[in-house]
Design a protein around this ligand. Structure first.
Ligand code: PSV
Ligand code: MN
Length: 395
């Protein structure tokens, strides 16, 4: 492996979500997993274990209030003592009774005010934890045509996002996530990348778009969205996961590894391009996982997710870019396609084993995890929590 490849692999970072370590479920059932994290401290421990075994997962994202504590500085210090840091702060304006008709898009100004108050509280948490990104997702929308005025909702959303943007400290960003549908079934206020992008452009430089792989209609070309946003300098981050039908939150790279590779290929292409805007955007992308593992062992599922991202990235790094550019320029359709897919077909497992050896992590992190006794240890210490570590179980 040449040095450039080694350095690129070393620079890769994947953030894992606190909510992926606790019990979670579907609307039908939350299965209690023995050893699943019960508190934010245990979630940090699990995230640290994933980083210890992979070397490329050095931060954990928080969801507030799921991970609420009284002293956020203590949390940052604890994470640091475990070898990781606190990543994106995810406010939650979708679980309170008041938000039945929405949060920042709600027709009631008092409820909009309440939601805004929570978002601003999360800006404070971001400052206290030293986090860079405020990651925003809104469940806002309507279920029936005519239920609310779509243009008015758009303006309410814009107004609140602007206030949050202006409250961010310098160097911080707000990542605006969109989602096609769910929980709203007729109209969602931030329904696609175009809506998120338009808000970001209007609001200001600290606003960037977040792409969650599970939030698109069937067969949407996500890598094209990625390329477009990179070129506009507005791709802020990812929520990685895999889907087959809707927002399935499965392990990234399991249903469509080719799509994941194509996405990474756009990112690597931008990172290695001469275009300063796309290059800077690619270098600042926050790569985050957003998954809840309902039937899988939590830590192993997260390890698998991180490793799948690493594999896709390694393949994208192997694309012969000069040859690809030459074939594209010559209009050689199939040669260009072959150059790209040659990289996708390469078995990068030996290369990654060599890389892991060089950075001092196990060559097979999953096997190492299974042999380590970590799962048995936390199961005996933590027992089986009844409640969720993200979506609390309703009694
Ligand atoms: C919504 O489906 C979402 O993707 C948002 O990112 C939330 O923060 C997350 O899932 C909660 O699980
Ligand atoms: Mn998400």
């Amino acid at each position: 492996m040449n040095n450039e490849l080694f350095e690129s692999l070393k620079s890769q970072k994947i953030e894992t979500p606190s909510w992926g370590y606790g019990n979670s479920g579907t609307r039908f059932k939350t299965f209690a997993a023995p050893g699943a994290a019960r508190t934010v401290w245990e979630k940090i421990d699990d995230a640290a274990e994933v980083h210890r075994l992979t070397g490329i997962a050095p931060s954990v994202a928080l969801h507030i209030p799921w991970d609420e504590v009284s002293h956020y500085a203590d949390m940052g210090a604890y994470a640091q003592s475990r070898g990781i840091s606190i990543g994106a702060i995810n406010p939650n304006v979708f679980q309170d009774e008041e938000y039945k008709l929405g949060s920042i898009g709600n027709p009631d100004p008092a409820i909009r005010e309440r939601a805004l108050g929570h978002l601003l509280e999360c800006v404070e948490i971001l400052k206290q934890t030293g986090s860079r990104d405020l990651s925003l997702w809104f469940a806002d929308g309507t279920n029936y045509a005519g239920q609310d005025d779509i243009r008015s909702r758009k303006r309410r959303v814009r107004e609140a996002l602007q206030v949050v943007h202006d409250a961010l400290p310098s160097g911080a960003r707000m990542l605006v996530e969109y989602k096609l549908f769910e929980p709203a079934f007729y109209f969602t206020d931030l329904f696609d990348w175009g809506a998120a992008f338009a808000h970001c452009i209007a609001i200001g430089e600290k606003a960037e778009v977040l792409v969650d792989l599970g939030h698109h209609a069937q067969s949407v070309n996500i890598e094209a969205i990625v390329a477009f946003l990179l070129d506009e300098g507005r791709l802020g981050g990812f929520h990685f996961n895999a889907r087959r039908y809707a927002d399935d939150d499965l392990i990234v790279g399991t249903t469509n590894p080719y799509e994941l590779f194509c996405i990474y290929s756009e990112l690597v292409g931008a990172e290695h391009s001469d275009d300063p805007i796309a290059k800077a955007a690619a270098q600042n992308v926050a790569y985050m996982i957003d998954q809840s593992h309902n039937i899988e062992p939590k830590v192993e599922a997260m390890l698998q997710s991180v490793l799948n991202c690493q594999e896709a990235y390694a393949k994208a790094l192997l694309v012969d870019r000069p040859r690809l550019a030459a074939a594209q320029q010559a209009g050689d359709v199939l040669e260009a396609h072959r150059v790209l897919t040659d990289a996708f077909r390469t078995d990068v497992r030996p290369l990654l084993a060599e890389f892991r050896e060089r950075i001092g992590v196990p060559t097979d992190p999953i096997a190492a995890h299974r042999a380590s006794g970590y799962r048995e240890k936390v199961t005996s210490e933590r027992g089986t929590a009844v409640g969720g570590g993200g979506y609390p179980v309703k009694k």
